[in-house]
Design a protein around this ligand. Structure first.
Ligand code: EPZ
Length: 416
């Protein structure tokens, strides 16, 4: 079995350029389906989930090519609206094709994304919202069939600010007839980025950054070229890694304005930071301090995707921290691996109490999902001795090249 071998215990020194955002790129790739023409994307991350999405678009009949660092998508000749089951199973975020396929083709067949390691991941909010445009859903052996012959704009209020459901509503509203008002929309930066992309294609969406979006449907879309913003979660992962391992790292192309809650937590932990435009210098001299109590929250609260990296960093901090996970129901799976490294963590329901220990020691660890896998790498980098991280392919779903990034700050790491 493939694994990463990491020699931990040394401070970090060097610089890392932050890749394009996975969670912005995926809905934007879905949005490219809306336009019978050409989309050129810059700074699209070369990660496994993007590769899956490109395969799905090719399956639909789109022409998709990398031209150097640019991704060129020609969605003129779309011939299918069925997401092949093999892709639907591999990548649950293919569910966000529902909105764009219904907008473009008036029908779609997607496989039920199903749950994953971090939770059941239901799609009831997606379906409830899309039905308000007139969409009808039926379960078939091939998966979930959706039909919406004449999507009509609606006033929709989400019961929870679901990121994916917000994206699906936006994608269908762009080609629906009339105006859609979406209340209690998610405010994650990736939503604003999707809206900026769609407006660059000729859509008319207002309210970006707020929880109330107004989408004027039926606008004529046109070709566009768009540069995808940097990935705030990847930046936050390396920020917390530097905090925990010590040393001094310069992160390049960081969306600093999207990391307020993370920078606040890092400051509380005693991490020094200096932002100059999109460069963020991070250094940590002594042992980290505990954060007291911290809960994950929808944006702009502390992001759930950085909860596991935070836990791994706090495991060797001075003092006791209590981390509450309020977004997903099963996002403490890495605790068992951290405990085998010597961490002192007690999980009770949705809370993890972390009593910092002086050192973690190297161990054999197993990645089970993307952000938990990145957190185990963080723990291995800070631990005394050598660790192995098995199944690290999960990490490649969201991190372009974690080996290259770690080596650029002096970590001794190899894939075996
Ligand atoms: C997006 O997932 C991200 N994925 C996740 O990142 C991120 O953790 C999450 O938003 C929260 O920020 C992508 O953007 C591709 P949600 P999504 O719908 O859209 C419940 C990563 O590591 N819910 O906001 O699936 C759901 O179960 C990934 O990059 C329903 O109950 O998240 C969860 O508890 C992991 N019914 C909560 O809402 C629904 O219909 C938040 O889910 C939809 C969601």
């Amino acid at each position: 079995m493939e694994y990463l071998e990491i020699k931990g215990g040394s401070p970090l020194c060097g610089e890392i350029r932050i890749q394009g955002s996975k969670n912005a790129a995926l809905p934007i790739l879905s949005a490219a389906v809306l336009h019978r023409g050409i989309t050129v994307l810059r700074n699209c991350p070369k990660i496994i989930d993007v590769t899956y999405m490109l395969e799905i678009l090719r399956d639909f009949g789109c022409h998709v090519d990398w031209e150097g660092e640019d991704l060129v998508i020609d969605a003129s000749s779309l011939s299918s609206c069925q997401v092949a089951e093999c892709y639907g199973r591999q990548m649950r975020s293919s569910i966000m094709l529902l909105g764009s396929l219904l907008g473009r083709m008036k029908s779609a067949v997607v496989s039920y994304p199903g749950g994953c390691v971090i939770g059941a991941r239901p799609i009831d909010i997606h379906l409830g919202a899309l039905k308000q445009f007139g969409a009808v859903f039926t379960e078939e052996p091939a998966g979930l069939r959706a039909v919406c012959q004449k999507p009509k704009g609606a006033r929709i209020c989400l019961p929870f600010p679901s990121v994916g459901a917000t994206e699906n509503v936006i994608l269908l509203a762009v080609l629906a007839e009339g105006t859609t008002i979406l209340e209690n929309a998610a405010r994650e930066p990736e939503i604003g980025e999707l809206c900026r992309f769609l407006n660059s294609m000729g859509a008319e969406i207002q309210g970006m950054g707020t929880s109330c979006l107004v989408i004027e449907g039926g606008r004529q879309l046109h070709d566009t070229e768009f540069t995808i913003m940097p990935d705030r979660i990847v930046a936050g992962t390396y920020l917390l890694m530097t905090a925990a391992a010590g040393g001094r790292v310069c992160l390049r192309d960081v969306p600093v304005e999207q990391l307020g809650s993370v920078l606040d937590a890092a400051s509380e932990m005693g991490v020094c930071q200096r932002a100059r435009g999109r460069d963020l210098e991070v250094w940590s001299t002594g042992r980290l301090k505990a954060v007291g109590e911290l809960s994950t929250r929808p944006y702009p609260g502390f992001p759930t995707d950085l909860q596991s990296p935070l836990l791994a960093a706090l495991a060797s901090a001075e003092g006791t921290s209590v981390v509450k996970e309020t977004i997903f129901e099963a996002r403490f799976k890495i605790v068992e691996d951290l405990q085998r490294m010597g961490a002192c963590i007690r999980v009770e329901g949705q809370s993890a109490a972390v009593e910092g220990v002086k050192y973690l020691h190297g161990e054999e660890l197993t990645a089970r999902e993307l952000r938990g896998g990145a957190a185990l790498v963080l723990a291995a980098v800070t631990a005394q001795g050598t660790s192995r991280v098995l199944q690290y392919h999960y990490i490649a779903r969201g991190y372009e090249n974690i080996i290259r990034d770690l080596q650029s700050v002096g970590v001794v790491v190899q894939s075996r």
